[in-house]
Design a protein around this ligand. Sequence first.
Ligand SMILES: NC(=O)C1=CN([C@@H]2O[C@H](COP(=O)(O)OP(=O)(O)OC[C@H]3O[C@@H](n4cnc5c(N)ncnc54)[C@H](OP(=O)(O)O)[C@@H]3O)[C@@H](O)[C@H]2O)C=CC1
Ligand SMILES: CC(=O)N[C@@H](CCC(=O)OP(=O)(O)O)C(=O)O
Length: 333
Amino acid sequence: MIKVGVVGGSGYTGSELLRLLVNHPEVEVKVVTSRKYEGKKIWSLHKFLKGFFDLEFKSPDIRYFDDCDLVFLAVPHGEAMRYAPEFLDAGLKVIDLSADYRLDKKTFEEVYEKEHIGYREAVYGLPEIHRDEIKKADLVANPGCYPTGAILAVAPLAEKELIDRVVFDSKSGITGAGVSPTDFTHYPNLHEAIVPYKVTNHRHYWEMVQELGRFQGDIKISFTPQVFPGSRGILTNAHTFLRGELELEEVAEIYERFYDGCPFIRLQDSIRLSYVRGSNFCDIAFFVGTDRVVVSSAIDNLVKGASGQAIQNMNIMFGLDERAGLYFPPLFP
Ligand SMILES: NC(=O)C1=CN([C@@H]2O[C@H](COP(=O)(O)OP(=O)(O)OC[C@H]3O[C@@H](n4cnc5c(N)ncnc54)[C@H](OP(=O)(O)O)[C@@H]3O)[C@@H](O)[C@H]2O)C=CC1
Ligand SMILES: CC(=O)N[C@@H](CCC(=O)OP(=O)(O)O)C(=O)O
């Protein structure tokens, strides 16, 4: 069994990790931290997990992780960098769900406007692109939720260097903003609304530039995030302006080839968030128009956009079947 710990177990991605790990055949959860709920039973906070975990929350102190092989850092960006080096030096593998290790140091410091105090080289944990590097990694930087849906939507076209410009129009459920309430997430400010924010300057743009740039350095990228009044899911419409023209069959062949052997990518003729809810799937559909190809992707932000992808990465790091603990149908409708 792989023995794992979770730092940040009182938050949304932390509790989602626990929900998913309940059914993992090769994992034992040894320690889960919360500073706020230290000493309390996990189920007394996460009542939906009652009957599945009898552990108490611990403080995030490395001595509790003695017995662990791997730790998931499910803490805000700027905080994970305080933990990762210590765990790595103690011989644990680390999967960081925050943004701290996704970009090179210089870009991180510019985009996040803070000094990186614990920089290490990491592998960007998008298995459909970096599977071979993830196998050998000790530190995996789990991608942001928006970049996961966006990059997966157009990577096959970028690999063929077919893109002139791509405009990602993305809509996210509100759990993307984390467990702490704010004005932004306050019910009257969000219900019956779709709210664009950071319309031209969201930090996730830089992950898209980095990862799509590995295939095609000169793509012009725009990204417009929005939230809708639902809990889970990110729907992205990628308006992709190509350098030449492609027929639907050609696009289909490019995607089928690129995603051959990727169990969590499903090519569909139409997509909905409800087709992926609660699951690790990324559904992709494409529509060929007169001046563009529109590629739509749907993910659950807490699963393929965070905790499910983190477990997929763990499976790959430990030589398990990538699907272990994760291959089940979504919750529809
Ligand atoms: N929500 C989403 O859809 C996604 C989130 N992410 C990223 O994953 C990370 C976690 O996100 P999410 O679960 O939504 O966040 P939440 O705000 O819901 O939870 C954050 C958790 O971190 C803990 N925490 C905060 N500061 C510290 C610290 N200094 N030391 C130890 N623990 C700390 C908190 O617990 P306590 O205060 O009790 O100790 C809390 O449990 C973030 O970096 C986020 O950006 C990535 C992809 C998608
Ligand atoms: C709806 C919402 O607020 N979403 C978050 C992104 C969630 C995520 O993936 O964030 P990390 O890069 O921090 O991991 C945001 O826009 O900042």
